[in-house]
Design a protein. Structure first.
Length: 238
C-alpha cells in the first residue's frame, strides 16, 4: 500500500504542479482540482472493478418474514456476478435479480413459488435496501457480496475519505496516479491520450485478474451444477 499523499505528490509532479505543503489544507485552485480528479478516479475504479477484500465485503441477511432489508451503509453496489446474492440454506441457489419496477410488481401479483427467489435493489448511497420475492422466511439466510466505499486504511481503520496524511490507498497506486494525470491534462487542454491509454490498459488487466474463471459460449446450453438445479423448497410426500 502507498500513502495517498505520495500518490498525489507523484501525480502533481507529472502535471508540472507544485506539491503543496499539505494536501489536506491546500487552498490553491490547482491543488483542489487534483483532489477533484482523485475523487473521479476512485469512483471510476470502484464502479468498474470487483476488487478483493477489504474493498469487497459480504453480508449475511437473516430472514424475518419481511420483504425488504437494509444493506450496510458502506455499500457502493453489489458484485456483478451470478452469485452476488445467494441462499446459504437448502439448495444454496443463486437469487435472480429484477431490474424494473414493472417486472417486480408483476412478480408480486403473479406470486412466485418453488424453484426461484428474486431480488431487487432500491435506495441510494448510504441507504441501499434489498427486497426479496418471495419474502425470506424466518431464519433463512442469504449472502450478498458487495463493493465497499472504504478505499483507504490507517492503522487498521478503513475509511472512505482522506482525513490524515498517513492514510494509505487500498487501490493500485499506478492506476490511481494515471487516472488523476490524464484527467488533469484533459482539463488543461494538454496531450493526454498516452496516459489515458495506460490507465485503460491497467484497468483491463485488473478486470481480467479479478475474474479467474472464464466462460466461452457459442450458443450452447451452460453446464449446470448441483447447487443451481431448480428444486422447490417443499416437495409433498404424496
Amino acid at each position: 500500500m502507498t500513502l495517498i499523499t505520495a500518490i498525489l505528490d507523484r501525480a502533481a509532479r507529472q502535471c508540472s504542479v507544485t506539491v503543496p505543503t499539505s494536501w489536506l489544507t491546500a487552498s490553491d485552485v490547482t491543488a483542489k482540482e487534483i483532489m477533484d480528479f482523485l475523487d473521479q478516479t476512485v469512483s471510476d475504479i470502484v464502479d468498474r472493478l470487483d476488487l478483493t477484500g477489504p474493498m469487497s465485503k459480504q453480508v449475511t441477511i437473516t430472514g424475518t418474514g419481511a420483504e425488504t432489508y437494509a444493506m450496510p451503509v458502506d455499500m457502493v453496489r453489489l458484485h456483478r456476478s451470478e452469485f452476488a446474492v445467494y441462499e446459504r440454506m437448502r439448495t444454496r441457489r443463486a437469487c435472480v435479480p429484477v431490474v424494473t419496477d414493472g417486472e417486480w410488481e408483476y412478480l408480486k401479483e403473479l406470486g412466485t413459488t418453488g424453484a426461484y427467489r428474486f431480488y431487487r435493489m432500491t435506495g441510494y448511497d448510504g441507504a441501499f435496501e434489498i427486497s426479496f420475492q418471495r419474502p425470506l422466511d424466518v431464519g433463512v439466510e442469504v449472502l450478498a457480496s458487495y463493493v465497499s466505499t472504504n478505499w483507504l486504511v490507517n492503522e487498521g481503520t478503513y475509511k472512505s475519505a482522506i482525513t490524515d496524511a498517513a492514510d494509505a490507498s487500498l487501490l493500485p497506486r499506478r492506476l490511481v496516479e494515471s487516472g488523476i494525470v490524464w484527467r488533469f491534462r484533459q482539463r488543461k487542454g494538454l496531450e493526454y491520450g498516452d496516459v489515458r491509454l495506460d490507465y485503460e490498459t491497467q484497468m483491463a488487466r485488473y478486470l481480467n485478474d479479478s475474474r479467474t474463471i472464464r466462460r466461452v459460449a457459442f450458443g450452447s446450453v451452460p453446464t449446470r451444477g448441483p447447487f443451481d438445479i431448480p428444486v422447490p423448497d417443499y416437495i409433498p410426500t404424496a
